[in-house]
Design a protein around this ligand. Sequence first.
Ligand SMILES: Nc1ncnc2c1ncn2[C@@H]1O[C@H](COP(=O)(O)OP(=O)(O)OP(=O)(O)O)[C@@H](O)[C@H]1O
Ligand SMILES: [Mg+2]
Length: 373
Amino acid sequence: QGVSKRFGGTLALDHVDFDLNAGEVHGLVGENGAGKSTLMKILSGYHPEFEGNFILKGKKVHFTSTKDALAQGIGMIYQELSVIKTLTVAENIFLGDPPTTKTGLVDWRRMYREADNHLKQLGMMNIDVRAELSTYTVATRQMIEIARVIFSGADIIIMDEPTSALSHNEIQSLFEFIRVLKSQGKGVVFISHFLDDVLAISDRITVLRNGKKVMTVNAGDVDKRTLTQAVLGKEESVEVGRKQHVDVNTEVTPIVEVRNLKRRRQLHGVNFRVYPGEIVGIYGSMGAGKTQLAECLFGIIHPDEGEILLDGKPIRIANSTHARSLGIGYVPANRQTTLFGSNEIFKNITLTHLSAVCPGLVSVSRELTAANK
Ligand SMILES: Nc1ncnc2c1ncn2[C@@H]1O[C@H](COP(=O)(O)OP(=O)(O)OP(=O)(O)O)[C@@H](O)[C@H]1O
Ligand SMILES: [Mg+2]
């Protein structure tokens, strides 16, 4: 009730009311910076300092940490998953707190048995709890993370952007999973920028804009257009679905042309052209070969057959350094592996170009100048 939160000069939340029922999926939408994550980080104990009242199951509460919130049944799944890929499924379920024998050793048998039972109770029948998590897809890992949070005692589960890395089919299986949670009386907060997803899974939807609550409605009472308007706050901006047509000149030489590209069992003769000033979208479900194609264009892997032409000239891209020297940039799907979260922004920008930015000695002031530019 009336939750406000300030970060320095930013009023991230301004007297926001929000409520969640047992067995409900509550969608939370709003533009970047609207305050969605901040509101949920307050509910999950991540931000202990805020103004307003927080009432849980009829009692006023104040959490001092996420651990504290979890102990009282609130768990949050952040966009960047916190499960550990190189551990087994069971180890992830018990993360940090495995069952032990009388002599204080990890009781593996019990751990596997309990993890297996737990997943089955949540309708996840085909998971081998002894397998390393890395053998499963991102979608399954995400469900395992949700299962972990529930196993730690959560009956209120907050999901921040859970569908952004998932394919259509994976979203459907996540939704089935969420419906199981609902039927077990758990409350779910579903944050997403994908309004179709929010409309499909939510019972009610709350819209935040600039830290203020715009509305809370039954999902059945709104359509995407109304929701988009509420999110943006202005009528004339509801152009989201309209195609912006740019005339591409196909008379000139394409800047990139891919001819009959083949690689192992993944790429079977791919052809396309990219003309100057053009954006070409490449669509496909997980495992369709999109990443392989991108990696071929960036020299990370090499095609078995076929040609890549830059400005009309066939070229064999030796490696990623060569690709960069040809003016090709690659932003991979998993940014966690290519960004250095504990380093400054300027370091992240200059790192791959250090020899160009600072020939000779590394100089922070040069790096800063380059990064600012
Ligand atoms: N730890 C923080 N320190 C300073 N400012 C913050 C912090 N966390 C959030 N903010 C600011 O608070 C406002 C709300 O941010 P928040 O992350 O809650 O938005 P959001 O709705 O989750 O956005 P997105 O859709 O991009 O995830 C923004 O202006 C943001 O810059
Ligand atoms: Mg957020």
